[in-house]
Design a protein around this ligand. Sequence first.
Ligand SMILES: Cc1ncc(COP(=O)(O)O)c(C=O)c1O
Length: 431
Amino acid sequence: MIFILDNNFILDLISRRALNYGVQLNLTYLLLSKGYAAISSSQLHNLRYVVKKSYPQYENEYLEIEARLKIIKTPSYVDLNHKLANLDIEDYLIELSAKIVNAKIITSDKQFLKNSEFAITPIDTFLYLFKEEKKVEFLPLKKINDKHVVDIEQAIDRVLTSGWYLLGNEVKNFEAHLADYVGVKHAIGVANGLDALRLILKAYIEMGIMAEGDEVIVPANTYIASILAISDNRLTPVLVEPDINTYNLDISLIEKHITARTKAIMVVHLYGQVCWSEELEALAKKYKLKIIEDNAQAIGAVFSRQTTDNRQQNQISESATQSHALTTAIKTGALGDAAGFSFYPGKNLGALGDAGAVTTNDDALATMVRALGNYGSKQKYVNEYQGLNSRLDELQAALLDVKLRYIDADNQIILKTTTSFSLLLSVVRRL
Ligand SMILES: Cc1ncc(COP(=O)(O)O)c(C=O)c1O
């Protein structure tokens, strides 16, 4: 939620001149503490001017508040013939800023309240907040992105003005940051999560490691993309049933499905739960199988390899690396030979459209995936392989790079919600 504070609200507040000063004070405190308070960039010069001129004694107080406000940009699509523009151009510019982020404008100005679809009184704001906070929306993607609106806006403007929209520095930066975050040598941006998995398998075929008709073990309980990535490459998916407690692939059932044609195991870390064990690693070693992780649902999840015993820990945790002194924490995406990520908008790290990535420590595989996703080309106009057009674009990369900075904090919020949901589920199961 974003609330733009109109000039009269801010001036009333710092000058303590309004009758409802107590309401304004409490409201400001609430909005600032929740990170909801904002102003339009069009207000800045006027506010600073009026404060300096009329309330110099409160200038520092004003600047302290200003520093804690989000600043929402004033767009360039200004319709000077708009009714509100004729009544009060400043109100109109504030309204345009509010429109960009779907914000409310808190004001006591009667004309503004009458003519704007976004304006709201301070008292009504309390009621609105109360009602909104009680609503539990399913996956409110806009709210998630609103938290980073300023950084996102900057990223969009940077890409727009760069004039460079594909295969540029934004993708390079994001790939470097993602590889660093996951703890692997290579991250390659691709068009979506399905393509990430498709390209890994296609690369193995191109490298002579797999051939048409070879088998890939995959969980029966997964999203269709895991299976399509296999069949699309004319490989055979061999479905293995899940563990009833986690809904993830039951690792103990894998061995009986291995044949002379099995070339890989695709594990899917479903719902952020890590699907990994030392038994799985031993199987892959014994039968010389590749392990491909479908990490579409688990960015930030950690497998903790115990040094004293072999217990597995399934958790999404920023602090896991530090808190378990006797364990080595390895992020999903760095466990297997290669991993596919999805940045579909509803995923924990969601783009504003389709996007994906492959991670690996294998130099040859990384080079091949990169070439195959770019029309089979390592060098411009030299097309060595029968590739695809599956590139991450500069705009999505720039946005993802912003959101990657907050992924651990965002995962913690999700973890809290799912922990309480799991608790509830365990209570219900016992009834
Ligand atoms: C487990 C799993 N694998 C693969 C995908 C495919 O990702 P995308 O939708 O980005 O192609 C998804 C997400 O949709 C998924 O949940």
